[in-house]
Design a protein around this ligand. Structure first.
Ligand code: SAH
Length: 198
């Protein structure tokens, strides 16, 4: 499947109906999700069992399944997000496993790749992406993770002895819908990490 096609499919998915700010529920924009998924696909990292930590409404998990991952499991704390993920998968006829659970306490075996867009806020002392990075590097051979621009120093230290192998900067134009300024665009910049644990 071409990237543009994946983009278009992912664009159609239902997002969070009532996002919970405490859980930092923010659906990954389709172009960023495609960027992560293609990056993983091209490196042969979508071949085995793929785990989406904090899968929310399922965009990364569903995208991985569409790109041919052997099996995909999404883990999410929020039951209502999981319900949407399930419906999104059903509408696309994609088979993924969805598990309700707290990231720090799940135990999954034989995970080859972890893909995630964890809650941000590392440098503000939030435990959010630390718990995610800890579990992801413990579980997966390779981890693809999205973080705020400027996180590299922290991530490199935090994931040791795993290694940050690539940091890809992604700029994404987010359209704003003002009444009189419909073309106003805000560019958000994020970093996509490939972390290798072996
Ligand atoms: N992966 C989705 C959602 C990203 S937002 C996407 O890319 O669109 C982060 C997700 O992590 C939210 O759905 C939130 O509910 C979930 N989350 C936050 N803390 C969690 C925790 N401790 N355990 C499991 N899921 C958690």
């Amino acid at each position: 499947m071409k990237k543009r096609k994946l983009d278009m499919i992912l664009e159609q998915l239902e997002g969070f109906s009532a996002p919970d700010p405490r859980l930092e529920q923010y659906a990954t924009p389709a172009p960023i999700a495609s960027e992560l998924l293609y990056s993983a696909l091209l490196r042969g990292d979508l071949e085995g069992t793929v785990c989406d930590l904090g899968c929310g409404t399922g965009i990364l998990a569903i995208g991985a399944a569409l790109l041919g991952a052997r099996s995909v499991v999404g883990v999410e704390l929020d039951g209502s997000a999981l319900k949407t993920a399930k419906e999104n998968a059903r509408l696309l006829g994609v088979d993924i496993e969805l598990v309700r659970g707290e990231v720090a306490s799940i135990a999954l075996k034989n995970v080859s790749s972890v893909i995630m867009n964890p809650p941000f806020g590392a440098q503000k002392g939030s435990s959010g992406d630390r718990a995610f990075l800890r579990k992801a590097t413990e579980m997966g051979e390779v981890v693809y993770s999205i973080h705020n621009a400027g996180s590299e120093g922290f991530i490199r230290r935090f994931v040791e002895p795993c290694k940050v192998e690539e940091v890809q900067k992604i700029a994404f134009p987010l359209k704003r819908s003002f009444k009189f300024h419909s073309r106003d665009v805000k560019v958000i910049e994020v970093e996509l990490y490939r972390i290798f644990c072996g």
